[in-house]
Design a binder for this molecule. Structure first.
Ligand code: AMP
Length: 503
């Protein structure tokens, strides 16, 4: 019984228990989810999805969209969610690279996606922001039973794309065992039970909302309140009927500004979890002072699921991501040589365990380059382990920008700007931002200042890049600072513009 879905069924004694309360008030029991997943799985099979086939999904967050994840597992397919912000130009790469059998998209992008899909022989169905579309129309006449396709633990359950520093995104291949082992570990570590009610306000195309939020809820038989997006007023109103929130640091920064946030507002909540980007120690302390509860910060990534977590009991240390999870080995190594470093020394964070992905889709060389010979994955994050065993992340080796919980790789934006008339070169950096954690900022050298200004660059990027990647500010300079090897010194730019978004 290695298919994640079979394990879920085996784990769910009470089909009448509530699994999801949708924001519109509609209630889905586990039985409802399983029945809908069967109907959707029949549609997938009729569309030609066979075990191992990718099902690419770019849709808004709805309950049927989440059930599509379960349906794909049942059909033996590989679920491939795509950020809703990706433009057609960006989708072309993802579809060509992953070669899905079927693409499910919003009706608004159906025409454009059909052109891309026809080139790779894929079919297209739709699912809109209220959970309707051709996928649902077709599913209505299907049986509510489906014989789940047997899969091995090492078979792929999902591919999630992470951006690449070189501009090429990589598809992280996650197996049924990867997802199951991490969910089981987190449930234990965070004491999830069927009594829990999770406030689910994260997107479901990313590992945090899709796997951490959903798998932890479902595999503990808990329930979730499903919100289409983060809305501080709504979250504040719903806290009385919930027990847990999973958020990115931006959630907590925003909630701290809410007039209703105090100890009595959170009295029914037992756990606030943060991850996907660094939570400022100040935010951690402010939250504790205001609510009496310490945020539990954890660390993970698309390729590895969750690696470390602050303890449930015991000190949740501000600025630390806690201890390696049970079964996960974390070590710090010299980035170039891989030589292990003693406690308190900063180096590359490397991890190994059943949570770690199988490799990058159709990129064996990249995969090999990012694993040590003894199987440890080189995360690209720099950090240290202190004398008490807490892991601290001190920076990212790859100049990654994390804005509002999303990763932005500068190279991709730089390439777009550099291609513009009147631009000589550019450097894109992340600058501390009170709302987003980091604000994407482009530092640009012009050849013809009269030809190009901030507005023209921002306008030109609008249809080229997802909104979260677009620079919040363009700064013009005469030259970029470089070291003797000719490399742009982004650290100097970050220092120079560190107060750009200060309030
Ligand atoms: P993603 O693959 O989108 O989940 O991004 C993974 C990256 O987010 C990691 O490699 C880290 O750089 C960063 N990250 C995740 N959680 C944390 C955290 N708690 N503190 C600091 N950085 C984090």
């Amino acid at each position: 019984m290695s298919n994640l879905f079979d394990r879920l069924v085996g784990n769910t004694p009470d089909l009448s228990a509530i699994a999801i309360v949708n924001v519109d008030g509609r209630i889905y029991t586990y039985g409802d989810l399983f029945a809908l997943s069967a109907q959707l799985a029949h549609v997938l099979v009729q569309q030609g999805v066979t075990p191992g086939d990718r099902v690419a999904v770019q849709v808004e967050k709805t309950v049927p969209a989440l059930v599509l994840y379960l349906a794909t597992l049942r059909a033996g397919g590989v679920y491939l969610p795509l950020n809703t912000a990706y433009t057609l130009a960006e989708l072309e790469y993802f579809l060509n690279d992953s070669e899905p059998r079927l693409v499910i998209c919003d009706p608004s992008s159906e025409n454009g996606i059909k052109v891309l899909a026809s080139r790779i022989g894929a079919d297209v169905l739709t699912l809109d922001q209220v959970g309707q579309g051709s996928l649902i129309t077709q599913s209505a006449r299907q049986l509510k039973d489906f014989e789940t396709s047997p899969r091995k633990g090492d078979d792929l359950a999902a591919i999630l794309y992470t951006s690449g520093t070189t501009g090429r995104s990589k598809g992280a291949m996650l197996t049924h065992d990867n997802l199951y082992s991490n969910a089981a570990t987190l449930i234990d570590y965070w004491r999830f039970t069927s009594k829990d009610v999770l406030l689910h306000a994260l997107p479901i195309y990313h590992t945090h909302g899709l796997f951490v939020g959903t798998n932890v809820t479902f595999f503990s038989g808990a329930s979730m309140i499903f919100l289409p997006k983060f809305d501080p007023d709504r979250i504040m109103d719903l806290m009385a009927g919930a027990s847990c929130l999973m958020g990115v640091p931006t959630f907590y920064v925003r909630l701290l500004q809410h007039p209703k946030l105090d100890k009595s507002a959170v009295k029914n909540m037992r756990l606030f979890i943060s991850g996907s980007a660094p939570l400022l120690a100040d935010t951690h302390r402010e939250w504790q002072a205001k609510t009496g509860q310490a945020i539990l910060e954890r660390y993970g990534m698309t390729e590895t699921n969750m690696n470390t977590s602050n303890p449930y009991d015991g000190d949740r240390v501000p600025g630390s991501v806690g201890f390696p999870l049970p079964g996960v080995s974390v070590r710090i190594a010299e980035p170039d040589t891989g030589q292990l470093l003693p406690e308190e020394e900063i180096g590359m964070i490397e991890v190994k365990g059943p949570n770690v992905f199988k490799g990058y889709w159709r990129m064996p060389d990249k995969t090999e380059a990012e694993f040590r010979p003894d199987g440890f994955f080189i995360t690209g994050d720099l950090g240290k382990i202190d004398a008490l065993g807490y892991v601290h992340i001190v920076g990212r080796g790859k100049d990654l920008i994390i804005t509002g919980g999303f990763n932005v790789y500068p190279k991709e934006i730089e390439s777009e700007i550099d291609a513009m008339q009147g631009v000589f070169e550019s450097a894109v950096i992340g600058v501390p931002h009170p709302d987003f954690g980091e604000g994407v900022t482009a530092v640009v050298v012009r050849t013809q200042p009269e030809q190009i200004d901030e507005n023209s660059i921002i306008n030109a990027l609008q249809d080229r890049l997802a909104k979260f990647k677009q620079p919040k500010k363009i700064i013009f300079v005469a030259d970029l600072p470089r070291n003797t090897m000719g490399k742009v010194q982004k650290n100097l730019l970050r220092d120079q513009f560190s107060k750009l978004f200060a309030k």
